[in-house]
Design a protein around this ligand. Structure first.
Ligand SMILES: NC(=O)C1=CN([C@@H]2O[C@H](COP(=O)(O)OP(=O)(O)OC[C@H]3O[C@@H](n4cnc5c(N)ncnc54)[C@H](OP(=O)(O)O)[C@@H]3O)[C@@H](O)[C@H]2O)C=CC1
Ligand SMILES: CC(=O)[C@](C)(O)C(=O)O
Ligand SMILES: [Mg+2]
Ligand SMILES: [Mg+2]
Length: 408
């Protein structure tokens, strides 16, 4: 009689055979699958390793599954040190969208000298005043703010960074520092025409989350993870300054990267799993449920509500295996079988998306669309169409039944 171990191995083999049979039916061109297998599968270290942390003079080198990466942390920048470091600086924060709001308010609360520069007739001018920035004191038109600042934090929309560059560039004089929260403008210079002056430090701190979260985590006494990079180091202090600014705007940990790696991964991630991918996946699952006679509330609860309220936070807290273990053995078995099928089906789309980021297609689309004078209303129109979809209307109703519901 086969031992228990042998029997469970046989069972596992048959399950994995079944998964590959189903996976094989998902249409993917052989060429795409080959590229994916070669690049993606081998790119991910599979051997389990204990994470290690080396701390040399405040710079942490973390071992991520065998790859060493440098990480900086807020703990090395107590408030007094931070304030002293920037005591002769004026942070001129240009643009007041989601990041301008989060980073600006955090830096101000950290006791740094911050001013905001936005165009006078725009929506941001109004929003900045609502947040307590005072015209003529801490709120100025863009050019005036740059003239007054020593550290120019370019947080205009990526399209606006390109459009305003001819007027902004001559104002970034020797001795100032040019800061971005995205590698976009500098990396895609053929399209944006943003070429920084040779005599200034050019640095990046890119919070890996919405500017709203940059603010809420800071207020909770925590900090967001950010990417940090140096494009041009004239003073020899560019990385130190970038890290200090990262702390100033509310980062907890800063992961060292390059402008190019930051922008490629950022454009890819937000179009993929973070926003576009998840929206598409939610909708596809919801529609199939509805087509099979499930009610809107059942379809919504089983697609979005359970994900955001129960299972995804468990992944965030303790990882994928923790979330699996918190679910039934029935769910675990089925999800284990279907995960590789979804991976295989999605891989070619991710390959295509990365290519579209790398070859600048995504950049050119963004520059064209968001460069229009009507960018706010054009975006609002498309977002309204999403809001009107049944899935999100059902969501409003489900949320309205929560005990802590506040009208949206
Ligand atoms: N949103 C986020 O959470 C994240 C953003 N980033 C990066 O941070 C930077 C800022 O992004 P975000 O905060 O989202 O801002 P937005 O992309 O929403 O841009 C809004 C700002 O750009 C200004 N603006 C737009 N068009 C023009 C124009 N033609 N002339 C002058 N000003 C203009 C707006 O002013 P007005 O109101 O007058 O139109 C507003 O102040 C970008 O590089 C982005 O990629 C990085 C990490 C996350
Ligand atoms: C929030 C963030 O990091 C994004 C999604 O990349 C962005 O807003 O550009
Ligand atoms: Mg982004
Ligand atoms: Mg991002």
């Amino acid at each position: 009689m086969a031992s228990l171990a042998t029997r469970s191995q046989q069972a596992l083999r048959s399950v994995s055979r079944r998964a590959s049979q189903i996976a094989a039916r998902v249409s993917t061109s052989p060429a795409q699958t080959a590229t994916y297998s070669l690049l993606a599968r081998t790119a991910v270290a599979s051997a389990p390793r204990q994470p290690t942390v080396q701390n040399v003079r405040g710079i942490k080198t973390l071992d991520f599954a065998g790859t060493k990466e440098v990480v900086y942390e807020r703990a090395d920048w107590p408030l007094a040190k931070l304030q002293d470091y920037f005591k002769n600086d004026t942070l001129a924060l240009i643009g007041y969208g989601s990041q301008g709001h989060g980073q600006g308010l955090n830096a101000r609360d950290n006791g740094l000298n911050v001013i905001v520069g936005v165009r006078k007739d725009g929506e941001s001018w109004r929003q900045a005043q609502e947040d307590g920035w005072v015209p003529g004191e801490t709120l100025f038109p863009i050019e005036e703010a740059i003239n007054r600042g020593t550290i120019i934090m370019n947080l205009l929309s990526d399209a606006a960074q390109s459009q305003t560059w001819p007027t902004v560039a001559p104002l970034i004089t020797k001795g100032k520092t040019l800061y971005f929260s995205h590698g976009f403008s500098v990396v895609y210079k053929e399209d944006t025409k943003v070429i920084p002056p040779k005599d200034v430090d050019v640095i990046l701190v890119a919070p890996k989350g919405s500017g709203r979260t940059v603010r809420t985590l800071f207020k909770e006494g925590r900090g967001i993870n950010s990417s940090v990079a140096v494009f041009q180091d004239v003073t020899g202090k560019a990385m130190e300054k970038a890290v200090a600014l990262g702390v100033g705007v509310g980062s907890g940990y800063m992961y060292e990267t390059t402008f190019q790696k930051e922008v490629y991964s950022d454009l890819y991630g937000e179009r993929g799993v973070l926003m576009g991918g998840i929206q598409g996946m939610f909708l596809a699952q919801y529609k199939v449920l509805r087509a099979n006679g499930h009610s809107p509330s059942e379809a919504f609860n089983e697609t979005v509500e359970e994900a955001t309220q129960s299972l995804f936070p468990l992944i965030g807290a303790k990882g994928m295996d923790y979330m699996y273990n918190a679910c039934s053995t029935t769910a675990r078995r089925g999800a284990l079988d279907w995960a590789p099928i979804f991976e295989k089906a999605n891989a070619p789309i991710f390959e295509q998306l990365y290519e579209s980021v790398k070859n600048g297609t995504e950049t050119r689309k963004s520059l064209e669309f968001n460069g229009r004078s009507t960018y706010r209303t054009d975006l609002a129109k498309e977002l309204k169409e999403i809001d009107d979809q049944e899935i999100w209307r059902a969501g409003k109703t489900v949320r309205s039944l929560r005990p802590d519901y506040k009208p949206e």
